[in-house]
Write a protein that binds this ligand. Structure first.
Ligand SMILES: Nc1ncnc2c1ncn2[C@@H]1O[C@H](COP(=O)(O)OP(=O)(O)OP(=O)(O)O)[C@@H](O)[C@H]1O
Ligand SMILES: [Mg+2]
Length: 198
């Protein structure tokens, strides 16, 4: 099966693109969804995180306090590395498990930090969802009601746009309308189906 790694900066449109691929019948494996599932109350990964960072990372109902954990690791490289060391192997194990369960010409594996974590070898092709930083900022602020400074610092912590694009086998330009995006996804869907049968 042809494995398409879908990536892009925050708010570039990865989830939107995944929905479009799914509408065309492509199976989607989403690292963000897997990460959320892994830290459900009393799950193994959540217990590991509590062991590492303390019970302060939990809300009173035993769910993960995401905002607290995000702030805890954002400006502390050691803590970020500890978090990644716990989460990344579990996420990639689950991705592999889901791939094995599929039977289709190709699948889309959405991994926001595919390039930052240097996991490109796990996929056959890299599709990058791309728009400029101003567009990312506007869309994320509208979606999440974060402060612009917060979004700007997240964008700055990710791989620079041109460097990310240099890894792309396919670029999905999401600077335009929803219709223009859907058209590109349709074209890629056809070409991935063709490639998968070659
Ligand atoms: N072409 C578009 N025109 C207008 N709005 C868009 C377009 N594409 C995506 N959006 C909106 O921009 C926001 C960000 O898109 P989306 O959530 O798909 O990005 P993402 O890359 O998954 O973000 P994250 O990195 O946070 O997971 C969403 O509110 C989405 O509805
Ligand atoms: Mg998303």
């Amino acid at each position: 099966m042809l494995k398409i790694g879908l990536t892009g900066g925050i708010g570039s449109g990865k989830s939107t693109v995944c929905r479009l691929f799914a509408e065309l019948g492509a199976p989607i494996i989403d690292a963000d969804i897997i990460a959320r599932e892994l830290v459900k109350p009393h799950a193994y990964a959540l217990n590991q995180l509590v062991n590492q960072f303390g019970a302060d990372i939990l809300n009173s109902d035993a769910t993960l306090n995401r905002a607290y954990l995000r702030d805890l690791v954002f400006s502390d490289k050691t803590k970020k590395a500890q978090l990644d060391q716990i989460m990344h192997p579990l996420i990639y194990d689950e991705i592999e498990r889901q791939i094995k369960a599929l039977n289709s010409p190709y699948c889309v594996i959405a991994i926001p930090l595919l390039l930052e974590t240097q996991q490109m070898q796990r996929v056959d092709r890299i599709a990058v969802v791309d728009c400029n930083a101003d567009t990312q900022l506007l869309r994320v602020v509208n979606r999440d009601h974060l402060k612009p400074e917060q979004v700007i610092s997240i964008i700055a912590s990710q791989m620079p746009r041109q460097q990310r694009l240099s890894f792309a086998n396919d670029v999905i330009d999401n600077s335009g309308s929803a219709e223009q995006l859907a058209e590109q996804v349709k074209r890629l869907h056809n070409s991935y189906n063709l490639l998968a049968t070659c």
